[in-house]
Design a binder for this molecule. Sequence first.
Ligand SMILES: Nc1ncnc2c1ncn2[C@@H]1O[C@H](COP(=O)(O)OP(=O)(O)O)[C@@H](O)[C@H]1O
Ligand SMILES: [Mg+2]
Length: 613
Amino acid sequence: MPTVASPDYEQSVTATGNFLERNPLAKYLWQYKHYYLVSLIATLIAAVISLLVTTYLVERAISYISEGRSISALGQLASLVIVAGLIQSVFGWSGRWFGSTASREIEYYLRADLTKHFLNLDQSFFLKTRTGDLMSRAMNDLQAIRDMIGPIASAMGRLIIVLIVGFLVLLTMNVRLAFFSLAYLPLIGLVIAFFEVRVEHRFNAVQEQLSILTDAAQESMSGVRAVKAYAREESEISAFASQNEEMRKRAMSLAAYQAALWPVFVVLGMGTTLIALFFGTPAVINGELTSAQLVRFILVLGIISWDLMMIGWVISIMQLGLVANKRITELFRQPPSIENGDTSLENHNPTGNIKFRDVSVVFDEAVVLDKINLEIPLGQTVAIAGKTGSGKTTLVNLLPRMTDVTGGVVEIDGIDVRKYKLNVLREMIGFVPQEAYLFSDSLINNLEYGQSDPTPENISTALNVSRLSKDLEQLDNKLETLIGERGASLSGGQKQRAALARTVLKNAPILVLDDSLSHVDTNTEEEILAELKTYMNGRTTLLIAHRTSTLRTADVIVMLRNGTIVELGPHNELVKANGPYAQLYKEQLAVEALGVDLDQLKLDTTIDGSETR
Ligand SMILES: Nc1ncnc2c1ncn2[C@@H]1O[C@H](COP(=O)(O)OP(=O)(O)O)[C@@H](O)[C@H]1O
Ligand SMILES: [Mg+2]
């Protein structure tokens, strides 16, 4: 099994080195040049044997008949034909084997490199690019590249040698006849090109429709709840049916040409024989050529025209492969916009002092954060409140560098976060995102994600803080229960608590909760906050929340509005100040007084497991 290579595309040693680094495919082709050389040589030997030896032996066998040689002499010749055929097959097979092996290994490396590259790109790239698009590139484009660098390399070499050697053989047999037959060969090229262009055109049309069809199917299936809720099944079905009908039409049109291709090959092949017979028979009658030689002539011409017919196939695969390679190379050149810090600070012992100094973030000319100044001393808990879109998530994303500042500095322990190595920085921060993501795996593996062997005490702390311990009783296999797409479905609240447990287990000095308890019911949330109180002791915590019951537990509350801090202080002070926070607090008290649980108003807070994915 080959090991995963680690290309570094920034490296530039020499001009060629630079070219190879910037073109992953070229780099690997160069690395596998020996395979291709062997493949080419073997293929050429096979071609030369078939042109020079096999056809010659057949010619001899036929002349034996007219010379009235014995059956045993003929038998000897026949066994030679078989031996030549075997040798030719072995070389032909080796040629293909070396080509395919190299192409499959290169495909393996490219796929490994591409996946690695994807994972090094940051969020903003994935926001801009459709996942389906990336997957199809990783699959289809790599396959097209493999097809191009596999059998095609040897097919190209073979074609050239067959044309040259084959024509030389014909020339040595009869010059006039060789030139007459040669005149017929371009016709083959034209006819094949005619069909190839049409087949390719229709093939692309089918691919295009297939992608539309897949999108349509995927959309209506992943949106099946909406489809059913609005009783749109009929219209979805008929919309799909019309796309499906278009697919049928295009596929039929392709099939018609594809089906015609083989008969065309056969007719063109027969044409070759006819030409040879038409010009060859008079030559045999004149005594310029023996009938045995005519047979060999026909065989050699057959080999040439057969290889010529493969040209169209070779060209279309080359085209697909080159386009695919262009796209893949583009992806490889997509740089991660978050650059790794240069100071290693490997042995930095983080404490968790956080400072935002004049921090601004501008996305596409929209000011999302405007000159934020905020200092969070070690061990403090800061709660952030504000309407949707006020910039809360963006603010906390700056810490693990999911986003970078466009102005100002974010410091941890007095050091600009951009100076840390990313892995060192992210190791310091336990981040519970707004949307909990769980993998299709056992619950315990989801909790341990990224951790090496947490202790049983740590696991029990994590289960306790997140209050998952009581949910475990309902799960058949406890911690080993499979969750996610292929397992048990958890409610929105359970997912959020699993994500919290994962972060608690990480045991980092800085804790960030981005509205991570929004789907948890109020009672459980209060229990969690009580448990967190102990856990957060000694840790610096940023807590984004909407409920004042949560916000008030923090040392300081920050009110954000349109990317600026409009109010800052502890709960009691802010209530007295009678500003935006006091307003929010009063509203929530009023709602509670009415006896309505705020969460009951939200559809997505059920704990019964109906809210799944
Ligand atoms: N990657 C991004 N590209 C462009 N705009 C963004 C991006 N992330 C967030 N925004 C915008 O920034 C604003 C603040 O978003 P966010 O920080 O998520 O707010 P909150 O978490 O308070 O709801 C919103 O207007 C949002 O559309
Ligand atoms: Mg947010």
